[in-house]
Design a protein around this ligand. Structure first.
Ligand SMILES: NC(=O)c1ccc[n+]([C@@H]2O[C@H](COP(=O)([O-])OP(=O)(O)OC[C@H]3O[C@@H](n4cnc5c(N)ncnc54)[C@H](O)[C@@H]3O)[C@@H](O)[C@H]2O)c1
Length: 303
């Protein structure tokens, strides 16, 4: 089960945190892995360490530095993967960073940089992967393609201190759903994970305590716990799983239900445009004095 021998995987942001564990997992399942990270002090050494660790376990990996959200860097990532290993089968979009502020205090730069690295970072590599697989399929060649996106529960619940991040992560879900609908006819699957783990990203401020390692027992927020789901979604056995969203941490995988339409109201005056008064008359039934606004945010329930 889960054999990825002969397959080629790209993982962005694979120097540290979740990306590193996911790259190690894919290599352990037999994939040759292209490690991407940004060429900055710290990240550079970390990416090289991931490659060294995969090789030390007998796996195959190379590093291709570049900004995950830059099209030219993404083109270079794909070209190097193809030149080195001859194919691309698994694309894990994972890289990113946070610039946390409430909506009151966020600058344009803080908004743009976070939306860029996550949403555009997914877009440029998703475009290259889907183009490559589609062209191959159209040429009558056999195609094996698995695209895995990384969102966050911030996309479902909102995140009061991360409006930029929550917006980018919601965009990633919508974009991946669309890609899943287009690509399934070629046998390509596209899915989304929403992980929880203790990494550089969460090891600060309030989240540090939330994700702290226990003194003993199972370390639910070890990023290693997330990697097997990525390995499974990348595997031949997961060929009929597409367009799905998973929350994953510890020993739990939570399949996210699609948003669905709730109760509806038709204009009681017949098939015609609503008036403001008419809307109030009908909707105040639902939004009555007992109605509580939806304000609950992200929390970590005990496992
Ligand atoms: N840790 C969590 O609990 C959690 C929760 C929800 C979602 N996520 C998502 O998981 C993914 C991985 O996060 P993590 O927690 O491992 O964080 P992390 O900070 O440990 O790792 C992120 C990696 O991305 C790299 N990176 C940053 N900008 C880059 C760029 N422009 N190009 C290429 N690489 C870049 C970093 O150098 C780093 O190696 C992110 O998309 C994050 O939003 C994490």
């Amino acid at each position: 089960m889960g054999d990825l021998s002969g397959k080629v995987a790209i993982v962005t942001g694979a120097g540290r945190g979740l990306g590193r564990e996911e790259a190690m997992q894919l290599a352990r399942q037999g994939a040759r892995v292209v490690i991407n990270d940004i060429k900055l002090p710290g990240a550079e050494e970390a990416a090289q360490a991931t490659v060294a660790d995969i090789k030390a376990e007998g796996g195959e990996a190379i590093v291709v530095f570049g900004d995950c959200a830059d099209s030219a860097d993404s083109d270079n990532l794909f070209k190097t993967a193809l030149d080195t290993y001859g194919d691309i089968n698994i694309m894990v979009n994972n890289a990113g960073f946070c610039r946390d502020k409430t909506i009151f205090g966020m600058s344009d730069e803080e908004f743009d940089s976070v939306v860029r690295v996550h949403l555009r970072g997914h877009f440029v590599n998703m475009r290259n992967a889907s183009k490559y697989w589609r062209e191959k399929a159209k040429a009558g060649e056999e195609v094996y393609g698995r695209l895995i996106s990384t969102s966050s529960e911030a996309a479902i619940f909102g995140s009061a201190g991360q409006p930029n991040y929550a917006a980018a992560k919601a965009g990633i879900v919508a974009m991946t759903m669309g890609a899943a609908q287009l690509m399934i006819k070629y046998g390509i699957t596209c899915n989304v994970i929403m992980p929880r783990a203790r990494t550089d990203m969460t090891n600060t401020g309030a989240t540090a305590a939330m994700f702290a390692a226990p003194e003993d027992g199972f370390d639910a927020f070890n990023p290693e716990n997330v990697a097997p789901l990525v390995g499974y979604l990348a595997s031949p056995e997961a060929g009929n799983i597409a367009g799905e969203v998973f929350v994953v941490w510890g020993g739990r995988v939570n399949i996210v239900q699609r948003p669905s339409l709730d109760v509806f109201y038709d204009n009681p005056e017949g098939a015609k445009k609503w008036s403001v008064d008419g809307l109030h008359d009908s909707l105040s039934d639902y939004f009555n004095a007992e109605h509580t606004p939806v304000l609950d945010g992200f929390s970590v329930p005990p496992q």
